[in-house]
Design a protein around this ligand. Structure first.
Ligand SMILES: NC(=O)c1ccc[n+]([C@@H]2O[C@H](COP(=O)([O-])OP(=O)(O)OC[C@H]3O[C@@H](n4cnc5c(N)ncnc54)[C@H](O)[C@@H]3O)[C@@H](O)[C@H]2O)c1
Ligand SMILES: CC(C)[C@H](C(=O)O)[C@@H](O)C(=O)O
Ligand SMILES: [Mg+2]
Length: 368
């Protein structure tokens, strides 16, 4: 039996707090389904800078290349957010690792659990049934274009750049996913202004010819941002670039109820990388109240995409769903009707999910 090597990188702030529970769920899946998972850990971001001087140490890179999948938390520290002049920054670690692993496809499912219909500030009748799959390009765009200062530091620029092949490869992924869903792709760009978006649109049109059964719509980023809140149910698959995808998915977290609910899978040439979409949340770090569900749902994506373990992934999602059905909430997804005793911290929420997961899997075995 193959032994799967999983690298766990907690990172900074709540990244560490929530990833501890993602890892616990993986361990539980390993023992319940008898999968030999082996774990290792590595540093990234601020924690790595403190320990080694580099946000992406050589050792982390080596371990990442040598693993079958990576479970990541988040990086970031207020020290850098408060001082933009600092040259060595936690974000360089994450971006460097995404680039080094060739993780060009970032999949961000916006899954609204019915139990959380009232956790959002958007009206339930607008939200009910919303189910969107984002394909965010992750290794190009303004993130990786040339950036510099000139005029003695008084002018700065970041080049927004895309090559045709970069658009083609992620467009194919989005169309293939749409085929397995409701067969609609919305490609989001700013082609009325940006040349890189005009190349994006041209290329997506060309790729679309190979998928005549999939409906393609183009949407400008500004109106897409509006429609996402006005009518989220109109979207099935959203295909977009790195920067627009970053912004739209934080916005879309409000459809799912909280930043603490959104998981992601980053897929590329080799090792898959799984992380919540949220950051290190310095405002709540160390308080033990962060929602661990985004990390736990990232584990479900890891099991399915990297190991092809569909049943195991479904058990994890079912455990999250049942935990919510039983009324348990972290503070970010609680509403006025949540009884005080059902509002849990990170640890108690993680423990609840695991308890329910154990019951689900034991029942599966009994029924089989
Ligand atoms: N992928 C990443 O590692 C990543 C992503 C986003 C931001 N960041 C970094 O994180 C730092 C903080 O950034 P930010 O505050 O803009 O964004 P953030 O995502 O860390 O937090 C935004 C808001 O959402 C809340 N939140 C986020 N995750 C939550 C969870 N699991 N449970 C409950 N509430 C949650 C926070 O408390 C905060 O109010 C910055 O340094 C930024 O660069 C890292
Ligand atoms: C921390 C930052 C570099 C990162 C991004 O912009 O990709 C984050 O916001 C995310 O969404 O993963
Ligand atoms: Mg982001």
């Amino acid at each position: 039996m193959k032994q799967y090597q999983i690298l766990v990188i907690g990172g900074d702030g709540i990244g560490n707090e929530v990833t501890a529970w993602g890892k616990r769920v993986l361990e539980e899946i390993g023992s319940l389904y008898e999968h030999p998972f082996a774990f290792d850990t590595a540093l990234l971001g601020h924690a790595a800078i403190e320990a080694t001087g580099s946000p992406l140490p050589e050792e982390t890179l080596r371990k990442a290349h040598g693993s079958d999948a990576i479970l990541f938390g988040a990086i970031g520290h207020p020290k850098y957010d408060n001082d933009p002049s600092l040259k060595v920054r936690p974000e360089q670690g994450l971006l460097g690792l995404r680039k080094a692993l060739g993780l060009y496809t970032n999949i961000r499912p916006i899954k609204l659990f019915d139990e959380l219909l009232n956790a959002s500030s958007i009206k339930p009748e607008i939200l009910k049934g919303a189910d969107i799959l984002f394909f965010r390009e992750l290794t190009g765009d303004v993130y990786f274009g040339e950036k510099a200062r000139k005029d003695e530091g008084k002018t700065a620029y970041d080049v927004m750049i895309y090559s045709k092949y970069e658009v083609e490869r992620i467009a194919h992924k989005a169309f293939q996913a749409a085929r397995r869903r409701r067969k609609i792709v919305h490609s989001v760009d700013k082609a009325n202004v940006l040349e890189s978006s005009r190349l994006w649109r041209e290329t997506v049109n060309e790729v679309a010819m190979q998928y005549p059964d999939v409906e393609l719509h183009h949407q400008f980023i500004d109106s897409a941002a509006m429609l996402l809140i006005k009518n989220p149910r109109m979207f099935d698959v959203i295909l977009t670039g790195n920067l627009f995808g970053d912004i739209l998915t934080d916005e879309a977290s409000q459809i799912a109820g909280s930043m603490g609910m959104l998981a992601s899978a980053s897929i590329g040439d080799s090792t898959g990388f799984y992380e919540p979409i949220h950051g290190s949340a310095p405002d709540i770090a160390g308080k033990g109240i962060a929602n661990p569900l985004a990390s736990i749902l990232s584990v479900a994506l890891l099991l399915e995409y990297s190991f092809g373990m569909k049943k195991e992934a479904e058990s994890v999602v079912e455990a999250v769903e049942k935990t919510l059905k039983e009324g348990y909430r972290t503070i970010d997804i609680a509403d006025n009707n949540t009884p005080k005793e059902k509002i849990l911290g990170t640890k108690a929420m993680g423990e609840q999910v695991i308890k329910i997961l154990q019951k689900i899997v034991v029942n599966e075995v009994v029924e089989a």
